[in-house]
Design a protein around this ligand. Structure first.
Ligand code: HEC
Length: 213
């Protein structure tokens, strides 16, 4: 019987030591079983923590600011407001595509490729907002086929891809500026596709299929 009490007590101690203090914030350093002086290592080397104070520098900050006029090596020169920000000269959302890009079939194909990866899961293959995520409870994805989104400036769509909108996260880190425009061209193609009429069928094979003259 005594062993049972002992075992129960041990199990309690074990459970408490594993789970009991989870999530607790400690303000003092943890007790080391092997002290630093016995096993010197890099664990407690002198160092500055981010955003900490330091008496060493005149401004009292441990973090150093870059030297004036420093330009990060990976910062591209963004000297085209239309291409990089979707804005025109007046600062409004730009209509149309940046002059430096050629909107052709290859460009739209590239747009379809990126769209399929990054947008289709929510917006659906035809842009009606019925992507796979709807099945998993994300019901608020709008269709592209309403009057407002058909007329909206290309620059505003660019802005939505770059910065996100409400439940839609930004895609700036995943889709390059030129690719964002390619995606926009594809979104325009999806919108146009939903507005097709018989008059759009101009090639002979298509006409024959539809029984047109
Ligand atoms: C995780 C789901 C999700 C993905 C992925 C996604 N979107 Fe969205 N998108 C949304 C939701 C939700 C909204 C509605 C935002 C709102 O207005 O509340 C939206 C809105 C939009 C709108 C309408 C913005 C407006 O002005 O009302 C456009 C255009 C758009 N998305 C384009 C894209 C493009 C292009 C991609 C791919 C690069 C993309 N979305 C990827 C969920 C998504």
């Amino acid at each position: 019987m005594r062993n049972v009490y002992l075992a129960t007590a041990l199990i309690c101690v074990l459970i408490f030591s594993i789970f009991g203090l989870r999530g607790t914030k400690f303000t003092s350093p943890p007790i080391d079983v092997f002290p630093e002086w016995a096993f010197p290592g890099m664990k407690r080397q002198p160092k500055f923590r981010p955003q900490a104070a330091s008496q060493f520098f005149a401004d009292g900050r441990a973090d150093r600011v870059p030297v004036e006029h420093t330009v990060r090596a990976d910062t591209p020169v963004r000297n085209d407001d239309h291409l990089y920000y979707g804005k025109d000269a007046t600062g409004a959302f730009a209509h149309g595509f940046p002059a430096s890009l050629t909107v052709d079939k290859a460009f739209i194909e590239r747009g379809r490729d990126r769209y399929t990866i990054y947008c289709q899961p929510c917006h659906g293959a035809v842009g009606d907002g019925n992507g796979i995520t709807k099945k998993y409870g994300m019901g608020a994805t709008p269709t592209y086929h309403d009057a407002r989104l058909r007329q909206i400036a290309e620059g505003e769509i660019y802005n939505t891809i770059t910065n996100g909108k409400n439940n839609m996260l930004p895609y700036a880190d995943k889709v390059e500026p030129a690719d964002r425009w390619a995606v926009i061209a594809y979104v325009r193609a999806l919108q146009r596709a939903q507005q097709g009429t018989v008059a759009d069928v101009t090639d002979a094979a298509g006409k024959q299929t539809l029984g047109l003259k």
